[in-house]
Ligand binder design. Structure first.
Ligand SMILES: [Zn+2]
Length: 125
C-alpha cells in the first residue's frame, strides 16, 4: 500500500511549483499495482490540507510493449488473448514478462515502453 506515499510525493511536487502550475494530470499506467480509488482519495485528502488549489485530472494510459528481437510494437490485447492473464498483468506488472509474448515472432523478450506506473504532467501558467 504505497498509494498515500505516492499521493504525498505528487502534492510535494505541486507545492514546489505552485506559482507556475495550474493544472496537473496524473497518468495511470495499466501496468501498475496502485489502487486508483485509494490514491485519488489520498490525493484529495492531502490537497485539502494545503493552501493552494490546483486542478487535477486523472487519465489512464494503456500499456505498450516493444519486442527486443523483431522490434514489433504491441499492446496488452495483442500480447495475450486470455482475460484472466490480463487481470494478473494488471495487478502484478512483473507478471507481464511471464504471460506476454510478441504477437509477431513469439519472443518473450520485450521492453515496456508505456503504461507502467504513474506519471505526472504539469500545465503551467
Ligand atoms: Zn517479436
Amino acid at each position: 500500500m504505497h498509494e498515500w506515499a505516492l499521493a504525498e510525493s505528487v502534492v510535494k511536487t505541486l507545492k514546489n511549483r505552485k506559482k507556475t502550475v495550474f493544472e496537473a494530470e496524473v497518468i495511470f499506467g495499466t501496468l501498475q499495482d496502485i489502487d486508483e480509488e485509494i490514491f485519488t482519495f489520498a490525493l484529495k485528502e492531502i490537497l485539502n490540507q494545503e493552501d493552494f488549489k490546483v486542478k487535477i485530472k486523472i487519465t489512464k494510459e494503456d500499456a505498450v510493449f516493444e519486442c527486443l528481437s523483431c522490434g514489433k510494437i504491441f499492446d496488452l490485447k495483442e500480447g495475450t488473448k486470455d482475460e484472466i492473464e490480463k487481470e494478473n498483468i494488471h495487478f502484478l506488472p512483473e507478471m507481464a514478462k511471464v504471460f506476454l509474448k510478441c504477437p509477431s515472432c513469439k519472443a518473450k523478450d520485450f521492453e515496456i515502453k508505456k503504461g507502467r506506473g504513474l506519471s505526472l504532467k504539469l500545465k503551467e501558467k
